[in-house]
Design a protein around this ligand. Structure first.
Ligand code: G3P
Length: 218
């Protein structure tokens, strides 16, 4: 399973990248706004900087147009920033049409705002490289996000779809573990959820004891 970090914060991206286990980055307009990036040029430069930090991974950059022509024009500009850019397109009618156009024209896409198996089937049919079910937001609405990952994984296996399942809207380290079990190809996570995987009290207790005993022979 690949690890992406879900942020536009450069310090956090650097920290995750330095761990050596990062495979990519996802962003969205809300995450860009949170970093105070303003204006198209600044946004595009921010994506370029992210691509220069994570040199060996896919970087999702989201369109904000909602009509076919607008999505195509914007997607082409985003894809031109860097070869590692994946154009993130919302699951709407013109988005599906645009993803098929991008697929036919060699531009890779990440289908975002996915909340059902039907939407995941459409994304795969349009040739998206990634499909992003938002599992945390599904949990928030009283449904089970991890169950959706399992369902999509079953369908994609049965049908032989090559689209990768990118579990998004991850809220905790447990989400990452459950998505790994459920068959997600990628988890995009906040830094805290990735670092949370490190923690176990018995590791801390065991290390303290080893270090104490090491003093006896050093
Ligand atoms: O990038 C999309 C997704 O990960 C959003 O997460 O926490 O806003 O539901 P969240």
């Amino acid at each position: 399973m690949k690890f992406f970090i879900d942020t536009a914060n450069l310090a956090q991206i650097r920290e995750a990248n330095d761990l050596g286990v990062l495979d990519g980055v996802t962003t969205n307009p809300s995450l860009m706004a949170k970093e105070g990036v303003k204006g198209q040029e600044a946004v595009y430069n921010h994506y370029k900087t992210i691509c220069e930090i994570v040199t060996n991974g896919d970087i999702s950059a989201e369109v904000v147009s909602t009509d076919f022509d607008g999505i195509i024009a914007e997607g082409k500009k985003l894809a031109a920033i860097h070869p590692n850019i994946i154009v993130k397109v919302p699951m709407i009618k013109d988005g599906v049409k645009a993803m098929k156009w991008f697929t036919d024209n060699g531009i890779k896409t990440n289908c975002t705002l996915v909340f059902s198996a039907g939407q995941a089937i459409l994304a795969a049919k349009a040739g998206a490289k990634y499909v992003s079910p938002f599992i945390g937001r599904i949990d928030d609405s009283g449904w089970d996000g991890v169950q959706l990952i399992e369902q999509i994984a079953r369908i994609y296996t049965i049908q032989g779809f090559e689209t990768e399942i990118l579990a998004a809207s991850i809220r905790s380290s447990i989400h990452i573990i459950k998505c790994a079990e459920a068959g997600a190809d990628v988890c995009t996570c906040p830094l805290d959820s990735i670092l949370g995987l490190l923690k176990h009290p018995l590791t801390d207790i065991g290390l303290a004891k080893f270090l104490e005993d090491a003093k006896k022979f050093s």
